[in-house]
Design a protein around this ligand. Sequence first.
Ligand SMILES: [Zn+2]
Length: 236
Amino acid sequence: MERIITDAIIYKITKYADNSAIASVYSYDYGKQKLFLPKAYTNKAGIQVFIPGELDFLKKDTSDLNKFYSFRIDTSYAEYLTTPAISLRLSLYFDIFDRLYDIEQQDNVIWTIITKYKTAEYSKINIFGIYALLKNSGHMFNFNNCAGCGKKIEESGSLFHGQYFCEKCSVDGAFNPKPYVNTIMRAFSNQELYKNLKINIYDELAVLDLFIHHIENITDKEVKSYKLFKELILTI
Ligand SMILES: [Zn+2]
């Protein structure tokens, strides 16, 4: 057993029968972790989710369920708690993280991404962040070249069971994103293009429609939180 203090964000608290709870966290040093919270921490004044901070916990050798000591929020991110445009996106982001990552699977890029929601380019950081989750967990499809003929895909592509096809090779039942989604995805791997990329909320939803379709296909499970996200994000 080892006592750990690390940068972290808590993204889910699941109550337990006896008023205890389990917290799901992303930590900079140890990736995804589950922590046991005894009774005292589950009151309303307790722990805040979707804000970066410093986590203190006891890491067990024999179990995946570690012991929670404390979580101190970083007040320089206070706007995360009061800005629905941020918390709604982090809620979707970590729902996807939870599906794609295993316990202790490390990815330091995640920390960089979540600290960047401060920049107010929420739509842009959100789709880049979810793209990075797919890529770094080994689930991103190749959108540059057609899975059928191998040619470079410039304009329209379509996704079918994790494979991306050009217009000519597209198959029945494939998911067809808006043509500009390809242009946006190309910018993810080109710093200069990414810097100049301007993304509005409709562009964001067009890219997310494609990513969510892909995630539902590879995990064989509906991303229910996305429906709610779409409804709410357009009303705030
Ligand atoms: Zn093709």
